[in-house]
Design a binder for this molecule. Structure first.
Ligand code: FES
Length: 682
């Protein structure tokens, strides 16, 4: 390279350098470290290297680009254009050579590490840096005078043409290697995998000639109740299909501890649960492949996020140690392994799995995934992230330090154990408001846009019906009941006389509030019972107590920001969550929803090897707090039972919503109705 050589400036990176006349643009890009894609190694086959030369005056770069700055359109480009079409103004970077000073734009689609904005599950920008990629190579033919194996010549070709070494191949590849090489006339495309801790590349699959077969990965959020999977294109991170199934382990126990005890009580019980979950994942992989119209053999990787018990059962490790102090994990590191070791036979026979690292015995890879997505350790403000599920994963941190714990909230937030509870499906009440004066409710059901007091609601809801209350609906219902003075701070539902509404009906020795009575039309009576409120109180107390423990550890009574994560967290209204005292007092505009952060974390790790290394490091730096053995947890739990809280004052919340100071505990002191006080606490 001399100062008289033409100058090549790449945009948008701004990288520039001088190259001898005749240098292909792809070569210049590689030498400057410009992110320009190539699968065929510059042979004019893959078209991944497309660039757009710009002509004219570029005072910013100090160059003038003439029409003849690049070599003439050549036969390879001509052929490609005829066969597949090359957009106007585009050139193949491996074919066009430098003739004079030039400015070259690398379009987004030609960047390997392009950022892909995900629209479906979250609007997150994903960086593509997958562990498994395709490479096209031309392999030397065997020569009697220089005997060497076909695999060795393939390895040499990968080293020479892609600077990739060392390369290993499983037996199943060796058995196919010779026919594939000959069929491809000594040109093959290989799918190579390199994880964040591997020092070698592994051949996962091999195809004759140039192969543009798309490679896929599964990002799997393996929950205690449901298994959700996104079939993701490993070239660009787009989700080709998503699906969820119930975790079949439910038949062995609803919650984690009952599954651990199933394993303790039944010899071989852990194996049964392992088999059940692996079969479900195989089924999910098959149906996702069918939905996307691909062969399941194109699925090269599966990335899992899960709690520690699910983690152990997936990997075939007896979770018994997780059921007793000191809650030792078999490993807290991430796990990379062949999928066939987990009997995941629906995937490519050489597919790989990656399980995110666990944080501690009760704080799993799902919490690690939330940390990867929400990055509490990058925040200036002290940020509380709660991933609400059967188990709540809780993270608290800022740039100084991040803490994590997990708290057993139980399934109440998911609508289970709630008398009129149901899953979030058409017909389920998801929003509710109660007039504080008349105590009359109005609500919205999933599948209908109108509120129930709209004259057209009945007709609009005819198709869905009004069938029950989903998880976010029950939170709003209880919070609205508290704001309307139907429920007192201790969680007691008042009688009709105490509250002044006939919607409060007697149920044995307690009361229930009627949201909707559809019995005349053959529908259900939808109420919030005293038992429902107790179930919600237990769940929210566990959540708040966990958050409080982390705040104690940080020596603070307040947090700057609250992020509600989890598929369900996305639907919770911040105001109602705070009225219930699920989360600490904070300005409402500082409480946001993050969607399914654990699932997003799985997709990030699937799309990026660097992200795998990052989370491995981050997890080591997180301070773990074990709720099960912290003596203060119980105290926090008891205080958190009140709505919103027995001792924490919640001044911000009290400034924006009414929290009537009523009491319906008539035991011993006042006659029914006498406990009704309308005064508001300051
Ligand atoms: S690098 Fe494949 S066509 Fe240019």
């Amino acid at each position: 390279m001399s100062t008289s050589d033409p100058l090549v400036v790449f945009t948008p990176s701004g990288k520039r350098g001088r190259f001898p006349v005749g240098t292909p643009i792809l070569t210049a890009a590689r030498q400057l470290g410009v992110d320009l894609d190539s699968v065929c190694g510059g042979r004019g086959i893959c078209s991944k290297c497309q660039v757009t030369p710009s002509y004219g005056e570029f005072s910013k770069h100090g160059v003038t680009v003439h029409e003849d700055a690049l070599s003439e359109w050549n036969a390879v480009e001509e052929r490609y254009d005829q066969k597949r079409g090359l957009a106007k103004g585009r050139r193949l970077g491996c074919q066009a050579t430098v003739q004079r000073d030039v400015v070259i734009d690398v379009p987004e689609t030609s960047q390997v590490h392009r950022q892909v904005v995900r629209k479906d599950a979250s609007d997150r920008v994903m960086v593509m840096d997958p562990a498994t990629k395709l490479y096209y190579v031309e392999v030397a033919e065997p020569d009697m005078h220089e005997p060497s194996g076909d695999l060795e010549r393939l390895a040499e070709a990968l080293k020479a043409q892609w600077d990739i070494a060392p390369v290993t191949a499983p037996l199943s590849i060796m058995t196919r290697l010779q026919p594939v090489l000959r069929k491809g006339k000594w040109a093959v495309t290989v799918a190579l995998h390199k994880g964040h801790t591997d020092d070698s590349y592994q051949i996962l699959d091999i195809y004759p000639g140039f192969n543009e077969e798309r490679l896929f990965g599964l990002a799997i959020d393996l929950g205690s109740t449901t298994i959700a999977a996104h079939l993701t294109d490993l070239r660009n991170g787009t989700v080709a299909a998503s699906a969820g199934v119930m975790n079949p382990q439910i038949r062995f126990g609803e919650d984690l501890m009952s599954r651990v005890s199933y394993s303790m009580m039944n010899p071989g019980g852990d194996k049964e649960m392992t088999r059940a979950v692996r079969e479900a994942i195989n089924g999910l992989a098959q149906s996702l492949a069918e939905e996307a119209g691909i062969d399941a053999g194109q699925i090269m990787e599966a990335v899992f996020v899960c709690n520690p018990v699910m983690h152990h059962l997936l990997l075939g490790i007896d979770p018994v140690e997780l059921g007793q102090a000191p809650f030792a994990l078999a490993t807290s590191r991430s796990v990379s392994a062949p999928a066939r070791g987990l009997d995941l036979s629906a995937l490519n026979s050489n597919a790989r799995i990656f399980v995110l690292p666990c944080i501690a015995g009760h704080v799993g890879a799902d919490a690690a995934a939330v940390a990867l997505t929400e990055q509490p350790g990058q925040q200036d403000e002290l940020t509380l992230v709660v991933d609400v599920g059967t188990n709540a994963e809780i993270l608290l941190g800022d740039k100084a330090r991040v803490l994590a714990c997990s708290s057993p909230t139980g399934p109440a937030f998911e609508g289970a154990q709630i008398s009129s509870g149901q899953r979030a499906a058409p017909g389920a009440i998801e929003r509710i408001e109660i007039d504080p004066t008349t105590k009359e409710p109005r609500f919205r059901v999933i599948g209908v846009d109108l509120w129930s007091d709209d004259p057209d609601f009945e007709a609009a809801a005819a198709a869905t019906g009004i069938t029950g209350i989903c998880g976010s609906g029950i939170i709003e219902a209880v919070a609205e009941m508290r704001m309307a003075g139907i429920v007192d701070a201790s969680g007691l539902v008042g009688s009709a006389a105490q509250t002044g509404t006939d919607r409060c009906i007697t149920e044995g020795r307690t009361h229930a509030y009627v949201i909707h009575d559809g019995r005349a039309e053959g529908g259900p009576l939808i109420t919030v019972t005293q038992g429902d409120i107790r179930a919600i109180q237990l769940a929210k107390s566990a959540l708040y107590a966990g958050a409080r423990l982390l705040m104690d550890e940080r020596g603070t009574d307040t947090v700057g920001r609250v992020v509600l994560a989890g598929a369900f967290g996305a639907h919770i209204s911040p105001k109602h969550a705070m009225v219930l005292g699920m989360i600490p007092d904070a300005p409402l505009d500082k409480v946001t929803s993050a969607g399914n952060a654990a699932g997003t974390g799985a997709r990030i790790a699937l799309c990026s090897v660097a992200a795998r290394a990052e989370i491995e490091k981050t997890v080591r730096e997180i301070t773990k707090v074990e709720t099960a053995i912290e003596p203060k947890f119980q105290e926090h739990f008891v205080n958190a039972n009140a709505l919103p809280h027995a001792t924490d004052p919640f001044p911000i919340l009290r400034g924006i919503v009414p929290l009537p100071d009523v009491s319906y505990n008539t035991k011993g002191t006042e006659a029914e109705g006498g406990g009704r006080r309308r005064r508001r606490r300051g």
